[in-house]
Design a protein around this ligand. Structure first.
Ligand SMILES: [Zn+2]
Ligand SMILES: [Zn+2]
Ligand SMILES: [Zn+2]
Length: 332
């Protein structure tokens, strides 16, 4: 269990449920996973539940991803569950502190500022006017003649009065009445993908891993990241380097450029050109997610870089496969 966080994440990225779930964030389908409220079961995550199999627990799954630094969470709500039956169908009751009855009546207290009399609001009402029951003066202006002076409760069962009621909970399912100290009181979170995981995941398993699988299935030898020595003697790193054939090896290099903006800047094209100018591979691919800006497109053509624009992993794989199958360089 002494794995480094990024190792733990890399391990989780291999799980298909994690991949499907995270692709919802990476594709932009969701920005934040929010719980939905169901009166019977409380908060849950239907979107995640549709991905997980029956035996998996959504909460455990989310906790694991949170602990590994894949998801960050923020408190969304607090929820009370019945300690007996576990239902979330709970009502709140304000009870008499003396006999615990919930049959109480709440009234507002009012103060006549000039004479200092404090009493129930209803005792001040004379028709549609407010009149002080002690001195008989009519009260007109709020905060000048009179003001609210808090609340006062009266128990309809034991007839005692009090100002602060005791909150209790009532389970609408099993009819248990319970106090806060017995309640199952839990945090409910909303989740977002961490920046780190977004970077690692989009490059690692969303793009790199399936591309490696594709190239290997075509009988190529693959290195990722791949390091090639250039004519200058300098070593250059590509996301993926693939070798074809035994005697005369055909070398393909693949770089992946992702952005959180609308389009990738020309910078990765320039960076790739500097490398391939020195390394002179047979084919150079740059996968831009989701797309390349106009300047970058033009540069890719003149530098003989095969540009693949892909909004998703699926598109990238498909375009790359087509390009490999046709054996010809093509843009797009
Ligand atoms: Zn219950
Ligand atoms: Zn009472
Ligand atoms: Zn008065």
């Amino acid at each position: 269990m002494s794995k480094k966080p990024h190792e733990k994440r890399a391990e989780l990225f291999k799980k298909s449920a994690v991949q499907i779930f995270l692709s919802k964030f990476l594709s932009g389908e969701i920005e934040r996973l929010e719980p939905e409220y169901d009166p019977k079961i409380g908060y849950h995550y239907p979107l995640l539940e549709s991905i997980l199999d029956e035996s998996s627990n959504a909460e455990t799954f989310l906790n694991e991803l949170h602990t590994a630094g894949i998801l960050e969470r923020e408190l969304y709500d607090k929820i009370i569950y019945c300690p007996k039956c576990g239902s979330a169908n709970i009502s709140m009751r304000y009870c008499c502190p003396f006999c615990r009855s919930f049959n109480i009546e709440k009234s507002s207290l009012m103060e006549h500022i000039r004479c200092g009399y404090i009493g129930m609001e209803k005792d001040f009402k004379k028709g549609d006017k407010l009149v002080c029951p002690r001195c008989g003066e009519e009260l007109v202006k709020p905060d000048v003649d009179y003001r609210k002076a808090g609340v006062w409760c009266m128990c309809n069962d034991c007839r005692k009065s009090f100002d602060i009621p005791v909150p209790t909970h009532f389970c609408r399912e099993c009819h248990l009445t319970f106090m806060f100290e017995d309640a199952d009181y839990k945090d409910v979170y909303a989740y977002r993908l961490t920046e780190e995981a977004r970077k690692e995941a989009s490059l690692d398993w969303v793009f790199v891993a399936p591309i490696i699988r594709l190239l290997k299935s075509k009988g190529l030898k693959v290195e990722s990241p791949g390091v090639l020595k250039g004519r200058s003697g300098a070593e250059h790193v590509f996301n993926i380097v693939a070798f074809k054939g035994e005697t005369r090896r055909e070398v393909s290099v693949i770089d992946i450029a992702t952005t959180r903006e609308d389009e990738v800047s020309e910078q990765p094209v320039i960076a790739m050109f500097a490398k391939i100018y020195d390394v002179t591979p047979d084919k150079s691919y740059l996968i831009a997610v989701p797309k390349m800006n106009e300047k970058g497109k033009k540069m890719a053509v003149s530098y003989n870089i095969i540009l693949i624009e892909a909004k998703s992993q699926k598109q990238a794989i498909k375009a790359l496969e087509e390009s490999f199958n046709s054996g010809t360089s093509k843009n797009q």
